[in-house]
Ligand binder design. Structure first.
Ligand code: USQ
Length: 384
């Protein structure tokens, strides 16, 4: 199969590219390297040492032959996007090329508008190019569980639900109640893609993904293939940040009482899920939504896990609650379906406790790189 991976330089894009090349698929990667730049803007760097894309491609070609192409470019450049889709004529397009940080989008107007432009307009350019040059391709788009939000206190289905209103029944999109400007960009994308499927008969899977954690996948054994790992306040997510903090003896930064609950999944399982979706497309014209996570925990439960496992490894891990810089409830009801991926054959390969141990041991090798940038751990980006 011919697969375009948009955002191939990213945390998930890179291990996914390795996974697909090792499966014998032909991969064409695209990236504008904005993640590297945006992390630098935060004053930070990846904890793991990562190679440049040029070096990564050189190593891959050396080991796996010429089944890989890479183009530096931006989805905001409609001509560039069009040229790539026209030239490569992919069977599958995996779209991971978005600004992924909620805190980054909340810094100020400029960061909010940048996130909206990058994510929403970039996706619009992509679906127009698809319609022109690859209308039969399967678009796999990374959305987020955060599109549903964490407020309504209702169970969450996978994308759609049945309602009865004034005597009539219908299956309609489940309400989206996102909690940051970033999360809203994903909602706008979802609406646009759903409409494109209806209008042009495109087929797409919209992934509502939970929080991904870890440094390793089955394909990432060799340090030269490391994927990035962020721990700054904007680009590091809770569990990855807690592990980086534990390694340098920084108290774990639990927001409020840590009562917010999320769905989680290991990097290896995120790659496994996307790979399953690649192999199992929806019908022509179908817009399919899948909820992609496997374990559910509160932030405080996570911090306690990192503390327990870290202490077992000889670290001295302290937890420190801090005032929550976000607009979030202290606690909330959370129960979300996630059966579609299981029905396609997904089964968890990494349990959170095991992966935390693997991650801590791996990050200990990079303690100096985390120490060097420890000032980025608390920046106090507030939801204003
Ligand atoms: N949190 C802490 N301490 C920290 C960092 C975060 O207590 O040092 C708390 C936050 O207040 C929040 C929870 O942990 O309640 C999750 O925050 P997060 O930064 O790990 O995740 P979030 O902002 O929700 O965004 C991340 C990814 C995003 C993805 C999303 C999936 O950055 O790309 O879409 O997870 S989900 O959370 O399911 O919406």
């Amino acid at each position: 199969m011919k697969i375009v991976i948009l955002g191939m330089d990213g945390y998930i894009g890179w291990p996914l590219a390795l996974n697909q090349i090792m499966k014998g698929n032909q991969v064409c990667g695209i990236d504008n390297f904005s993640r590297r730049e945006n992390v630098k803007e935060m004053g930070s760097q990846s904890a793991t040492h990562i190679l440049s894309m040029e070096e990564r491609i050189k190593n891959l070609k050396h080991e796996f032959g010429n089944n890989i192409d890479f183009y530096k470019g931006d989805l905001l450049d409609a001509q560039f996007t069009d040229n790539v889709i026209k030239k490569f004529k992919p069977d599958i397009i995996v779209h991971l090329a978005e600004q992924p940080s909620a805190p980054y989008s909340m810094i100020d107007q400029e960061h909010n508008v940048y996130t909206h432009t990058n994510n929403v307009i970039g996706t619009l350019n992509l679906i127009h190019s698809m319609q022109r040059h690859s209308p039969n391709a399967h678009l796999i788009k990374l959305g987020t569980m955060g599109e549903y939000g964490y407020d309504p206190g209702l169970e969450i289905p996978e994308g759609f639900y049945e309602i009865e209103f004034r005597g009539k029944k219908a299956k309609v999109p489940y309400p989206r109640l996102a909690g940051s400007w970033y999360h809203w960009t994903k909602v706008h994308d979802s609406n646009n893609i759903m409409f494109a499927c209806k209008l042009w008969g495109l087929k797409s899977t919209d992934i509502m993904q939970g929080i991904v954690y870890g440094t390793k996948t089955d394909e990432l054994d060799d340090e030269k293939y490391n994927t990035r790992f962020d721990f700054d306040e904007a680009f590091g997510t809770a569990i990855n940040r807690f592990c980086a903090q534990a390694v340098i003896g920084h108290p774990l930064t639990v927001h409020g009482l840590g009562g917010q609950t999320r769905g989680f999944l290991a990097l290896n399982d995120s790659v496994q899920c996307i790979s399953l979706l690649i192999d199992n497309p929806p019908a022509d014209g179908e817009y399919r939504v899948v909820n992609q996570f496997d374990e559910q925990h509160s932030v405080m439960q996570l911090a306690k896990k990192v503390q327990y496992i870290g202490n077992k490894l000889g670290l001295n891990v302290e937890i420190k609650n801090k005032e929550n810089p976000r607009k979030e409830a202290e606690e909330h009801y959370y129960k979300a379906d996630h059966g579609i991926l299981k029905s396609l054959g997904f089964s968890q390969t990494r349990k959170i406790d095991d992966e935390i141990e693997i991650m801590l041991k791996h990050l200990m090798k990079y303690k100096n790189r985390i120490e060097e940038k420890k000032h980025v751990i608390v920046k106090n980006i507030k939801w204003k």
